[in-house]
Design a protein around this ligand. Structure first.
Ligand code: COA
Length: 384
């Protein structure tokens, strides 16, 4: 990738992509033994057949790290090249530290800043927009964005109207600056907080800190008005697609594929009807993953790329909606700058060595901090 002078006709290209899912699959048949539902109801109303569910050791950060390593492999770059890591998630490891910082440490991305982004299921579109604009502004050159979720940990497994919908997984993109036209062309981001109550996790934040009552009443899990969210989603998906092509000075005829947030096949079908586009323009894999929130768009995109459906120079719209309420769309000309490096094996070995070094460096830093604290901590406190 050439060295680009700051601020001069810079484009943000997606040059790496990767995904990760937990080991365990939960089928509709298995779910029907847990709550009063059937495979037929779930398939007819949502298009979901199964979803991946994290075990106790699989977390938003661990899935995010796997997806990120895979994206760095595709991009064939070192974690040291990263300037920034953004993690879009509704299921962070903690309120703080950010999941992005934990992933930065695991990757050994020693020169990168890191922060989490909360825009629910629209999070990946928001992260893609922010990352591309930082690159286009010239202030940074290489940004890793990750959508990672372990929604199974905040689902009420006794509520059949929500627990059948969600799943776990992660997807990541590496974006880099280039003079070559293409990559992320334009975006629209929207929000309507008046609909915040339609889809939310009521407790665990400052409005209702976690307490005995909130645990007893399951208020730390997802609550949703499904019908209202459905109506909102079908309207904004089509609107956002129209707006983003118009901002790019294009029409829907210029678009090859739409990669929608995977919440419900019927929502995607309604958007296709509304836009008067054939359904096969919409990339869908919700049957295998369920709704993985901020991870659903990269999970769908990566599958379509590995199936050779999406080709270089295809124009794509990524479009999503979710809690907030939020929605948005991004128009991308796909994979214009990718070149096959002859040194891929060597670079991969180097990355694996760097991940081991990162583990050791992190352990040494923790150890040093503990020793420093023991040696000087009390002295400094006493001085004050
Ligand atoms: N199994 C069987 N029956 C179920 C059920 C389940 N898992 N969940 C709900 N039902 C029942 C309801 O109790 C209701 O029964 P009733 O008629 O006796 O009262 C009936 O099915 C219809 O419920 P309704 O909520 O009207 O169904 P729906 O067609 O709207 O489908 C959703 C429900 C949740 C699938 C749909 O509203 C939806 O997908 N909404 C959007 C959700 C979403 O995308 N959220 C994430 C946004 S990022």
């Amino acid at each position: 990738m050439p060295d680009i002078p700051n601020g001069l006709d810079r484009y943000a290209h997606i040059c790496g992509w990767g995904t990760a899912v937990p080991n365990n699959i939960l089928t509709n048949a298995e779910l029907s033994k847990m709550v009063d539902t059937t495979d037929e109801w779930i398939m007819n109303r949502t298009g979901i057949k199964q979803r991946y569910i994290a075990n106790d050791k699989e977390t938003t950060a661990s899935l995010g790290v796997k997806a990120a390593k895979s994206a760095l492999d595709t991009a064939n770059i070192s974690p040291n090249d990263l300037d920034l890591i953004i993690v879009a998630t509704s299921t962070p490891e903690h309120h703080f530290p950010s999941t992005a910082s934990l992933i930065q440490d695991k990757l050994g991305a020693s020169k990168a800043g890191a922060f989490d982004m909360g825009a629910a299921c629209t999070g990946f579109v928001y992260a893609l927009t922010v990352a591309s604009q930082i690159i286009q502004s010239g202030s940074m050159n290489t940004v890793l964005i990750i959508g990672s979720e372990t929604l199974s940990k905040i689902v009420n497994w006794e509520d059949r109207s929500t627990c059948v919908l969600f799943g776990d997984g992660a997807g990541a993109f590496v974006l880099q600056g280039s003079k070559v036209p293409g990559g992320v062309l334009t975006s629209v981001l929207r929000s309507d907080g008046s609909g915040g109550d339609l889809l939310k996790v009521p407790a665990g934040g400052s409005a209702m800190p976690a307490c005995y009552d909130s645990l007893r009443d399951n208020l730390h899990t997802i609550t949703m008005n499904g019908r209202e969210v459905f109506r909102f989603a079908t309207r904004v998906m089509a609107d956002a697609c129209r707006e983003v092509v118009s901002e790019a000075g294009m029409t829907l005829d210029d678009i090859d594929f739409i990669v929608p947030h995977q919440a419900n096949v019927r929502i995607i079908e309604a958007a296709a009807r509304n836009l008067d586009l054939p359904l096969d323009m919409f990339i869908m894999n919700i049957d295998k993953y369920g709704n993985t929130s901020a991870a659903s768009i990269p999970l769908a995109l990566c599958e379509a790329v590995s199936d050779n459906r999406i080709k270089p120079y295809n124009n794509l719209i990524f479009v999503a909606f979710g809690g907030g309420l939020t929605w948005g769309a991004t128009l991308v000309t796909w994979d214009v700058t990718k070149t096959t490096s002859q040194n891929q094996v060597w670079h991969k070995l180097r990355r694996q060595a760097l991940y081991r070094v990162a583990r050791i460096r992190s352990a040494i830093r923790r150890g040093t901090r503990t020793i420093e604290g023991a040696l000087w901590g009390e002295e400094e406190v006493a001085d004050k």
